[in-house]
Design a protein around this ligand. Sequence first.
Ligand SMILES: Cc1cc2nc3c(=O)[nH]c(=O)nc-3n(C[C@H](O)[C@H](O)[C@H](O)COP(=O)(O)O)c2cc1C
Length: 200
Amino acid sequence: MKQIYILGLVGSPRKGKNTDSLVQSALDGAKDAGAKTTKIYLNDLKIKPCQACIKHPSPKYCIYNDGMTKLYRLFESVDGIILGTPAYYETISSQTKLMIDRCNCLTKIKKNQTGKLNFLRRIKKPKRGVFIWVSDCSTNVKPALASIKFWCLDVNLKLVKTLIMIRSERKDNRKDKLLSEAYQAGKNLVLFSPQSQSSV
Ligand SMILES: Cc1cc2nc3c(=O)[nH]c(=O)nc-3n(C[C@H](O)[C@H](O)[C@H](O)COP(=O)(O)O)c2cc1C
């Protein structure tokens, strides 16, 4: 049986803090369920902001060759993604948004004969994902989820779990409970992956 591969993306620049620990806990769960895991700090990658160049980069995913090149390759090969981001200005961190904008060319838009727009997915591998959102006082995850869900279409990811930590900087942030929920979510990504199911 092919080993399941889970990617963790940390959208916070603060290593070892809330977002990072929750992503790590989900990766630990995935690893304990038998997966290979990799964690990437988006803040460590050199990613040029999308230049809206309009030139379709096909067969490449982008005309630029930078930190995203590695991510595009992973989006083609992993079975699951755990993406964690802090709430910045009620939405997501700039590190996360930078990565998301550079996924715009992962979908090709084609007009059919009647003028209707068709969205053709270029990342063929279907994946399952967990989204982790960490905020201090904001409680409405919807604005963040709006862009995450749109990104999921581009990377061919089905969100199966959203985990939210609020009051992140306070003592009553329920960190221990959320860490174990994240661990279980990572484990479930592997246990309920179509690959694991088909080999049972
Ligand atoms: C630039 C910036 C903007 C922020 N905006 C918000 C916000 O809109 N709502 C909120 O609840 N917390 C906000 N925060 C606080 C962070 O979401 C919070 O500290 C979170 O724990 C950061 O995640 P981390 O601990 O994983 O780094 C902001 C922090 C920064 C640095």
